[in-house]
Design a protein around this ligand. Structure first.
Ligand SMILES: O=P(O)(O)OC[C@@]1(O)O[C@H](CO)[C@@H](O)[C@@H]1O
Ligand SMILES: [Mn+2]
Length: 403
């Protein structure tokens, strides 16, 4: 007991030191606690230093790129916790993540019921009907990304209405809509199943709670419709950007769904657990996802992860932070092609499902971004708009890469 109180005090004092460093623009300091990624973080700091000229002094909170310092802040929060045993396993964001799930209960029930009804008739659907259902679940997963907790400063950001009924109204807010490409790609993979029996879709997860439910529903549909045979989920290995999914969140959520006193919801939970047992759903984590590097650096920094992603037929990247890392968080012109902004990151055909919460967007029509800025200055950061943005070859009979 006493030991716990001391640990708490220590963590709190380390966290207030961190807050003070941030508020007063102190130099970024190396991580001290030995951990799997400590050396890589410290090398990255040296790299940031090398970008500055002699007269610039040391990299500090306000002078370093936002993507770097924001990631560094979450890594330092983690450092404060691992330096404070016995609470070194504590997830400071767990409570708010769980609350997000409980507050979204109604929508979760609606989604699980929708999925189970769909599954009952799925065999009888023709290709067009299947496509319509696929598009619906993609959009649900896209708008599920509105529910992150870092944007709301940890305040409640749950889903309270039945999102299925809102899809048509939300359509005008999808600025880039490449759903047809995803359908073409997966249909093509399905046709070549005799030669390549495994069709793997990887989902690079973002937030736990309601968003994760929308991702699992989509993943279930991909298996049930035979559009994929295997789904690999990629989560975070440490608490990250408040609401991001860790293995504990993933398992906890499936357990909650399974135990819930609702026929269709618990059926989902049971099915999902079985997918995991059968190896049709695989959860993976890798420290790269909680490093500050943009994804263009993945093949150098984490070649094993890059090789893993290359096994996918399609990779779905959920959320805003993943988009920032896909595009290097640079100030690209709005009309720069997505392919170009990826700066050589092409492990497999990929698609970003992201609501806009940071000042970056590429692949728009000429003038589209400027028009939005004129009519709605905050369009980039409120989460009101979204993209389903694809990059990758579609095969000889379809389109060429370069989108
Ligand atoms: O990746 P998510 O969950 O969609 O959004 C996270 C995020 O919007 O929160 C931060 C704002 O506090 C941004 O830096 C970051 O991109
Ligand atoms: Mn997030």
């Amino acid at each position: 007991m006493q030991e716990g109180v001391e640990a708490e005090k220590k963590a709190i004092s380390l966290l207030s030191k961190l807050r003070n460093e941030l508020q007063t623009d102190k130099p970024i300091v190396p991580l001290v606690e030995k951990y799997v990624d400590t050396d890589i973080w410290n090398q990255y700091l040296e790299y940031q230093q090398s970008l500055l000229s002699e007269s610039d002094g040391k990299p500090s909170w306000y002078r370093c790129p936002w993507l770097y310092v924001e990631c560094y802040m979450y890594r330092r929060i983690h450092e404060a916790i691992i330096q404070s045993p016995p609470i070194n396993d504590f997830d400071v964001f767990k409570e708010s993540k769980d609350q997000n799930f409980f507050e979204s209960q109604e929508s979760v029930i609606a989604l699980c019921t929708h999925l189970q009804e769909l599954r009952r008739t799925i065999e009888d659907l023709d290709a067009n009907q299947l496509k319509t259902q696929f598009f619906q679940l993609l959009q649900i997963s896209l708008w599920g990304n509105k529910c992150d907790l870092s944007l709301s400063g940890g305040e409640s950001s749950s889903q309270k209405t039945n999102v299925i009924n809102s899809l048509e109204d939300l359509k005008p807010f999808i600025l880039v809509n490449d759903m047809e490409h995803l359908w073409s790609l997966l249909s093509k993979c399905k046709k070549t199943r005799e030669k390549v029996p495994i069709v793997r879709v990887d989902i690079v997860l973002d937030n736990s709670g309601f968003e994760l439910i929308t991702d699992l529903v989509l993943a279930d549909f991909l298996l049930s419709s035979n559009l994929a045979t295997e789904i690999h989920f990629h989560g975070k290995s440490i608490p990250w950007f408040v609401s991001d999914t860790t293995i504990h969140d993933f398992n906890w959520l499936i357990e909650q769904v399974k135990r819930y006193d609702h026929k269709w919801m618990s059926k989902c939970g049971v099915d999902w657990e079985n997918y995991i047992k059968m190896g049709r759903w695989v959860y993976q984590d890798h420290m790269f996802w909680t490093l500050p590097h943009e994804f263009a650096a993945m093949s150098q920094v984490a070649p094993d992860l890059y090789a893993e992603l290359q096994k996918a037929c399609l990779i779905l990247f959920k959320g805003d932070l993943n988009y920032r890392k896909l595009t290097g968080d640079r100030k690209w012109a709005f009309s720069v092609p997505f392919h170009k902004a990826l700066s050589g990151f092409h492990p497999a055909p990929l698609c970003s499902l992201r609501t806009l919460k940071a000042e970056i967007q590429v692949g728009l029509q000429p003038g589209q971004g400027e028009q939005l800025t004129a009519s709605e200055p905050s369009w980039l950061v409120t989460g009101k708009y979204g993209v389903v943005q694809f990059d990758g070859p579609l095969g000889p009979s379809l389109e060429l890469p370069g989108k």
